[in-house]
Design a protein around this ligand. Sequence first.
Ligand code: DON
Length: 307
Amino acid sequence: MRSVIPDYLDEVLRHVEPDTGGELAGYIPELAAADPERLGAVFATVDGELYGAGDIDTEFTIQSISKPFTYALALADRGFGPVLAKVGVEPSGEAFNQISLEPGTGRPLNPMINAGAITTHALAGSADLSPAERVERVVHGLSEFAGRRLRVDDAVCASEMEHAHRNLAIAHMLRSHGILTEDPSAVVEGYVRQCSVLVTARDLAMMAATLANRGVNPRSGVRVAPEPVVRQVLSVMSTCGMYDAAGDWATQVGIPAKSGVAGGLIGALPGQIGIATFSPRLDRHGNSVRGVSLFERFSSDMGLHVM
Ligand code: DON
């Protein structure tokens, strides 16, 4: 018998489609040129089934959705102690691009905001890697989560680098506190390359399903991260993944999640399913407007709220 899930997804996409609220990410010129009408959603189960509707094979840049996965790589490569010494796990209650450093130590409050993610980029792989080798460690790791080789969009990367003053300022602050020990510009460039990795909603659902499957990609069978690392990542996604909208999200959707400014949004339900949506217009927090609506529907229709 044919699965009813694609029909359900079609129906939910039709429901949110007329909503033209929100804006494209204007601060990265290449993203401001994206097609705002794109809309897609994918479910990937922990036993490797995939169901999608709409624009599920359109490529867009992963942006901040790379952050939980790079955090996983840093924890796996360096261990909990060294990573926690440099990046905290407390929600900042502030926008993703605020400085949000712990008073005194200069430690970024969590790995989902830019300050924390710039730091975890520098912690992926061993300490002696060159900037290019570190980017390769990250792209390889993200690819293993997705189950296919991913690549960087050089045009989006160059476009963001031209306007990266805020991230450069954050990296210099981190360097002044000794949180970063490398050249701040090289770390920001590596972080921006990480954000410029191209994915589809299908890839993101597989990446989320790998988290839901406690670190093993459900299709390739490859263990990408140890179980305790995945638990740590999902915990931080549930408290910090939606930035200063984390409280609204926790109460209304209740799924560990992460958003990106190109319009992607993922959620991972441990032991069950990875979900990804794609719709480029963003709310004032930098989260996809129609993506948030889709997740609200999924959560209430299927009782996915973890509480
Ligand atoms: O650091 C930045 O500004 C971007 N490359 C990533 C930001 C992002 O995706 C924020 N999330 N919603």
